[in-house]
Design a binder for this molecule. Structure first.
Ligand SMILES: [Fe+2]
Length: 241
């Protein structure tokens, strides 16, 4: 069932998990506390090289990389990581690693991934496997960045109450970075337009995140997120669809 893992697939997943808004990106980059990751594209290219070190066409990569967009979820993840007190070098790793959280969706058939309606039970089981597929794609790296990406890819659908997947981890058993990405992933999904749904009003999104405090999400991180919500809203506005 798992498709062949190609470089183009990899870049495509990164692109799908972000929103190309070249004209608005500069507004975000001028935020005073923003870690500009000015070499964002270079770093993405470097990590692709790390993963594909044996069969890499640099010319092909150079053609693709400039089209990789800024990534809203990376912005949110880095901001939330910083607010949680992570050191700046780790925030930078989180910025890049979080871009790969749904990497495993390359292994999910389009008939499920792009299905406009609800998934049936069997499709849902396949969909959930994107966590494990992503982690397996990134496994056994000697690079901290890829190790972090593996951890986030595997655990970003775990829930604080233990009812998540794939491992049913509970509370602080879930890696902190995955607890961060879990919140921003939901935040972004609810605010985003999809073929089958409109964006949810901002207040409603916050209410749902608040209601999932200590259920889906780490309560302490939810509190930090809500205390700094204006900054998340600024990023959402600057990089809006
Ligand atoms: Fe996911």
């Amino acid at each position: 069932m798992i498709k062949e893992f190609t470089l183009t697939d990899f870049v495509d997943v990164i692109m799908k998990s972000g929103t190309p808004k070249a004209t608005k990106v500069n507004q975000v980059k001028t935020r005073p506390d923003y870690n500009p990751a000015t070499d964002y594209y270079k770093k993405i290219r470097d990590l692709i090289i790390q993963i594909h070190k044996d069969d890499l066409d640099i010319d092909e990569l150079n053609k693709i990389i400039p089209s990789v967009p800024e990534n809203k979820k990376s912005e949110y993840s880095a901001l939330l990581g910083r607010k949680c007190g992570l050191p700046e070098d780790h925030v930078e790793l989180l910025y890049l690693a979080s871009a790969m959280h749904d990497l495993g969706k390359i292994g999910i058939p389009d008939s499920i991934l792009l299905k406009p309606g609800k998934l049936d039970a069997e499709e849902w089981i396949i969909m959930k496997s994107h966590t494990v597929i992503g982690a397996q794609s990134l496994a056994n790296s000697r690079f901290r960045l890829i190790q972090l990406a593996e951890s986030i890819a595997r655990s970003h659908h775990e829930r604080w109450d233990g009812n998540g997947y794939p491992d049913g981890l509970k509370g602080v058993e879930i890696p902190m970075e995955a607890r961060i990405v879990s919140i921003v992933d939901s935040f972004d999904a609810m605010l985003s337009q999809r073929p089958y749904k409109k964006p949810m009003p901002f207040d409603e999104v916050l209410e749902i995140i608040r209601s999932e405090r200590a259920l889906a999400f780490d309560p302490a991180i939810v509190d930090i997120f809500l205390a700094n919500i204006a900054e998340f809203q600024s990023v959402a506005t600057a990089l809006s669809d």
